[in-house]
Design a protein around this ligand. Structure first.
Ligand SMILES: Cc1cc2nc3c(=O)[nH]c(=O)nc-3n(C[C@H](O)[C@H](O)[C@H](O)COP(=O)(O)OP(=O)(O)OC[C@H]3O[C@@H](n4cnc5c(N)ncnc54)[C@H](O)[C@@H]3O)c2cc1C
Length: 387
């Protein structure tokens, strides 16, 4: 149960902190306003070697692990949640290959992602299958040396800028979750298209897309693992990425608190800075307490993954981190806005953006309700013992 930051962790965190302050902070409001993928920020990550932190060194990555990624995402998300998500997507799209792919697939895809030559996206959700992905309707049928994929994926983060998408489709529609297979689908494959971009509330710097697969042909060699293993790969991938989504919430909350604190020192009411009013001080105390609690859940969960502890029995720790840190981010960003009074509601300050961005986190990669289902199962089954 003991995690500790190594010198490497601290070095990576300090690099991320510098990039966050010097490069991301000045761009954050503009990224939100433009609603376009921030290629300039991606290029900065590439130069700093931050794109392959969870990709093993043997495949061109940094091999630094999930705690290193969580620390990096936390620093960046203090200023810009979209730029934090850019980093998460690199892991979300490569974990299926790392966890379930062949040696050839790892050699073919991972080094290029780590080098920033290509980007990936993760395509699980469909119009009729979100929390219940086994209900997916996409089909993949083998045809000689190829698979032909038909279906639709929706809300796919970065789907419009991706060079490849990890696509989950049923190869055996009668077999439930065991009939789901995973494929690496290059976005220049025949039959692939971006059908629509969504208009969304926050995290606008990483557009979400509906993707259409109409007789989309990929080489049979792009099947990840064996037929029928896709659902397990998807669940493991989502599990390992949850602490990193949680790290986005942690960083976002820290950024919101720091901003509100600076404001509270300057803003005066009734003849003194609002920081001297007990109501404000207690709000800040609660915010800080929640942040520190989230930090331990997030770091611990990420550290577990780095110890190779990420199979089903550890899923509850990833859910603890995800549900607590993301709901905390919504509460803390709301309280931070409150401390600014009317100013907090205005776009002159970043807090309304933080609030909008935080809200996304309770929905993606398993909603809060799904996390509670996982936790409740672990509690009810005695996997977590309190006696
Ligand atoms: C901004 C954004 C980015 C996203 N990026 C991606 C991406 O990159 N790739 C991808 O594949 N998907 C992505 N998603 C999709 C996301 O993972 C789904 O939206 C999420 O899993 C919920 O699915 P749903 O929207 O279909 O809601 P539903 O599954 O329809 O759920 C609706 C509501 O019912 C609740 N609910 C459902 N089942 C139960 C139950 N058994 N018990 C209690 N409550 C339940 C849910 O918690 C929710 O509150 C993204 C979504 C958003 C908003």
């Amino acid at each position: 149960m003991a995690y500790e930051l190594t010198e490497t962790h601290k070095l990576i965190r300090d690099t991320a902190r510098r990039i966050a302050r010097e490069k991301v902070q000045p761009r954050a409001a503009q990224i939100d306003e433009e609603g376009r993928y921030p290629d300039d920020i991606f290029a900065i990550y590439r130069q700093a070697g931050l794109l392959g932190l969870t990709i093993p060194a043997a495949y061109g990555g940094g091999g630094a692990g999930f705690l290193a990624l969580a620390l990096t995402v936390e620093e960046i998300s203090k200023y810009c949640s979209s730029s934090g998500l850019v980093l998460v997507l690199g892991t979300l799209s490569t974990q299926p290959i790392i966890l379930g792919g062949s040696e050839e697939q790892k050699r073919a895809w991972l080094p290029r992602v780590a080098a920033g030559d290509i980007k990936g996206a993760f395509g699980l959700t469909e119009p009729n299958a979100g929390s219940d992905p086994a209900a997916m309707e996409s089909r993949a049928v083998r045809d000689g040396d190829e698979y032909v994929i038909d279906g639709e994926k929706m809300f796919i983060s970065g789907g419009n800028v991706a060079d490849f998408v990890i696509v989950f489709a049923k190869t055996d529609p009668t077999a439930g979750p065991r009939g789901v297979s995973a494929f690496i689908v290059p976005t220049d494959s025949p039959g692939f298209s971006v059908a629509r971009l969504d208009h969304k509330m926050g995290v606008t710097g990483v557009p979400t897309a509906s993707l259409a697969f109409q007789g989309c042909r990929v080489p049979a060699a792009n099947l990840i693992g064996e037929e029928g293993r896709g659902f397990a790969t998807a669940m493991l991938t989502l599990g390992t990425c949850r602490p990193v989504v949680a790290a986005r919430g942690l960083g976002l909350a820290e950024g919101a608190l720091a901003y509100a604190l600076d404001f509270a020192r300057e803003r005066r009411t009734f003849g003194r800075p609002i920081l001297e009013h007990q109501a404000i001080r207690f709000m800040l105390a609660d915010m800080a307490t929640q942040i520190e609690a989230a930090r331990h859940l997030v770091y611990h969960a990420a550290w577990l993954i780095d110890q190779g502890k990420y199979d089903r029995q550890y899923a509850v720790y990833f859910s603890f981190a995800k549900v607590f840190a993301t709901e905390m981010a919504v509460k803390v960003s709301s309280d931070a806005m409150q401390i600014l009074g009317g100013q907090g509601y205005m776009k002159d300050h970043p807090l309304e953006r933080h609030y909008r961005d935080a809200r996304q986190l309770m929905i993606v990669e398993g909603t809060s309700e799904i996390q509670r289902m996982i936790i409740a199962h672990a509690v009810a089954e005695g996997d977590i013992a309190y006696w």
